[in-house]
Design a binder for this molecule. Structure first.
Ligand code: ADP
Ligand code: MG
Length: 391
């Protein structure tokens, strides 16, 4: 939908602000330009609505060269939000929200409908429509600034560090608002920021800029997993790279190799002896090829002593296990939610290769896994060792 074809901008005096960028954005994407100050973010963004003209290259919107469009018309099709909110102090909130619509000569009734829809969207009372900006808090005013950009029904919205001046709590709630509205209304947003947390939270793809060049253009996940160079690594910072790491940790990297197993034909006497020796109250049961068959616990042995002769007769087969090659991140929550004390790890043939214990999981949760703290905390809290029956 928006395409930069080898675009450069050289300001008078020779400053190369943007150096041969070649990018394309899909409809409905949330694109963030991020980079250090002076890296060319604002210049890149402003070329999309021709507030700045490129020196070289072409920009296409829906396949059309914007150079060949009327600049004023182009600008009316593209919303623009800047850091200073830019609400008109002498106009009511209603008039502010529908300013662009008025310029587009949309009738009063339609404009009123839009104003009401927009104020509902940002969850402010409708009475507020007839107040003036100075009667609203800074955060409320910026909310109005955001919906004003959305009200005109433009498909593309440019935002240049719109929340830079806000306190962290207001900023956080406006980020949620913008992301939510963008998804619900299907807008394409191009957003400039120098705040990596903001970019990672909002963007479908991030264009990382340095000295006029795009050094990486990818999804937040891929950027975290595969930073293109040292500059990107530094921009991300060590903490974020560490946080991203568990994505690729596999079960066999954290498991213990000390699973205590017994084979099916062994007697209950032998099982008891092994439990006492290893100080455990359950044993994994395998066949002679070390393939997992189930488990026995001390209760079952006590109940059946004297009646049966072998472990195979009383084993419980509903054992939960994980594959050694599975990503830890994908299995961790399942393991914690089930409240298991330990989980056998098997290879592709279901042979027991190790074990993950609850104790080692807790270490992993605290040491490596971030970002899903709440759900993990819930899972850990839901865990009650007294209720464990399985394994
Ligand atoms: P960013 O938004 O990433 O901070 P800009 O796109 O605003 O960067 O600026 C990129 C470079 O171009 C900077 O070195 C800046 O000083 C320079 N620049 C920006 N606007 C002009 C201008 N109108 N004339 C000359 N140089 C400019
Ligand atoms: Mg800028």
């Amino acid at each position: 939908m928006i395409e930069f074809q080898h675009v450069s901008k050289i300001y008078k005096g020779g400053k190369v602000a943007v150096d041969d960028i070649h990018l394309s954005f899909e409809k409905g994407e949330f694109i963030c330009f991020i980079g250090t100050s002076g890296s060319g973010k604002t210049t890149s963004m402003r070329m999309i609505n021709r507030m700045t003209e490129p020196t070289k290259g072409k920009i296409l919107i829906d396949g059309q060269d914007i150079q060949k469009m009327n600049a004023v018309e182009l600008r009316r099709k593209i919303g623009y939000v800047i850091q200073s909110i830019g609400l008109m102090p002498h106009m009511t909130i209603r008039e502010n929200i529908t300013l662009v619509q008025k310029l587009l000569k949309i009738d009063q009734e339609k404009r009123n409908q839009t104003a009401e829809k927009m104020i509902d969207l940002v969850e402010l009372p409708r009475e507020m429509l007839d107040r003036y900006p100075s009667e609203l808090s800074g955060g409320q005013q910026q909310r109005i600034g955001v919906v004003r950009a959305l009200a005109a029904d433009q498909d593309i919205i440019l935002m240049d560090e719109p929340f830079g001046a806000l306190d962290p709590i207001t900023r956080d709630s406006l980020q949620d608002l913008v992301k939510d509205l963008q998804e619900r209304l299907g807008k394409t947003i191009v957003f400039v920021t120098h705040d990596m947390d903001e970019a990672l939270k909002l963007a479908s793809r991030i264009a990382i800029m340095s000295e006029g060049k795009v050094v990486q253009f990818d999804t937040p996940e891929n950027i975290l997993k595969h930073p293109a160079n040292q500059f990107v690594e530094e921009l991300l910072g060590e903490d974020r790279l560490l946080q991203a790491k568990p994505d690729t940790t596999r079960v066999n990297e954290v498991m213990l190799n000390t699973a205590i197993t017994i084979t099916t034909e062994k007697s209950l006497q032998e099982a008891l002896r092994l439990m006492r020796e290893k100080r455990v109250d359950t044993l994994l049961v395998t066949d002679n090829q070390n393939i997992l068959k189930g488990f026995v616990d001390i209760e079952a042995i006590n109940k059946n002593r004297g009646l049966t002769s072998s472990v195979g007769d009383i084993l419980q087969t509903d054992v939960f296990y994980v594959q050694e090659s599975a990503f830890l991140r994908n299995t961790l929550q399942r393991i914690l939610k089930r409240g298991l004390k330990y989980v056998p790890v098997v290879d592709i043939n279901k042979k027991v290769v190790g074990i993950i214990t609850r104790a080692s999981l807790v270490d992993i949760v605290y040491d490596v896994v971030f970002g899903e703290e709440e759900t993990l905390t819930d899972a850990v809290e839901a865990f009650n060792p007294d209720e464990i029956k399985e394994v």
